[in-house]
Design a protein around this ligand. Structure first.
Ligand code: IPE
Ligand code: IPE
Ligand code: MG
Length: 227
């Protein structure tokens, strides 16, 4: 099996999972955090080097304030609670996105976890928080506003994206049956392989992840060339 270097997941379907179980939406998010634990473990086991997770989009700020508040509390709790687990597994944690928009307490907890896990080398867990692909492209463009046009190469542009230094995702998995990017890494997914699965995120287990990796392994990546 060819193991992708970078797996990215659009973790969708928490609300529908909760609804199907007669629960409030936030219970779906709580269950979803447990699946994050499982996929981190499995990816580390399989030798994946980067696992990035679309956790909260710029557009998700437009949800009802009760849900946004509950999500921010849950994120802070998880970021603080996972320290031992991540250290034990050798996981380096980083969070990327429009961090200024995050509540100060969450942002501080995120920075603490980044610092504490900076020396870990088994796998890098990239949590995309208040992220959107268009926001990322715009913030990169703003940094290049004064640069002369013939100096602006794809490599220079990519070095201004928040994902600079991280290889582009080889595989993007989206759960819950939706078949769209929802403003995820628009630049970085130019040649990614996509696997869309009907499973709702709180039901997505290690075996679902392995199935997606098998599917990836059967793909023929050509990058525009003739093989
Ligand atoms: C994904 O689940 C989590 C976030 C986007 C924060 P959703 O909350 O989007 O769940 P559905 O899509 O409404 O079922
Ligand atoms: C995408 O899911 C964002 C995350 C998983 C964090 P959404 O549920 O926000 O996307 P749409 O609204 O269905 O496109
Ligand atoms: Mg959704």
């Amino acid at each position: 099996m060819t193991v992708p270097q970078h797996v990215s997941i659009i973790m969708d379907g928490n609300g529908r999972w909760a609804q199907a179980h007669g629960l409030e939406r936030v219970k779906g998010h709580i269950e979803g955090v447990k699946r994050v634990r499982d996929v981190v473990e499995e990816c580390a086991e399989l030798g994946v080097r980067y696992l990035s997770l679309y956790t909260f989009s710029e557009e998700n700020w437009n949800r009802p304030s009760g849900e946004v508040g509950a999500l921010m509390d849950l994120l802070k709790q998880s970021v603080e609670g996972e320290y031992d687990n991540l250290m034990r597994q050798g996981v380096r944690f980083i969070a990327l996105g429009n961090r200024k928009r995050l509540p100060a307490m969450l942002n501080a907890a995120v920075s603490r976890l980044e610092k504490a896990t900076a020396g870990n080398t088994t796998i890098t867990l990239v949590v995309m928080l208040s992220y959107s692909g268009q926001w990322d492209i715009l913030q990169a463009a703003r940094q290049l506003a004064g640069v002369s046009e013939d100096e602006i190469t794809p490599e220079l542009f990519a070095s201004k994206l928040v994902t600079a230094g991280i290889p582009d995702p080889d595989l993007v998995i989206r759960t819950s049956g939706e078949k769209r990017l929802s403003n995820y890494m628009l630049w970085q997914t130019a040649y990614s392989e996509f696997v869309f699965v009907p499973t709702l995120w709180p039901d997505f287990g290690k075996s679902n992840l392995r199935d997606a990796l098998e599917e990836y392994s059967s793909r023929d990546r050509r990058f525009g060339k003739v093989k």
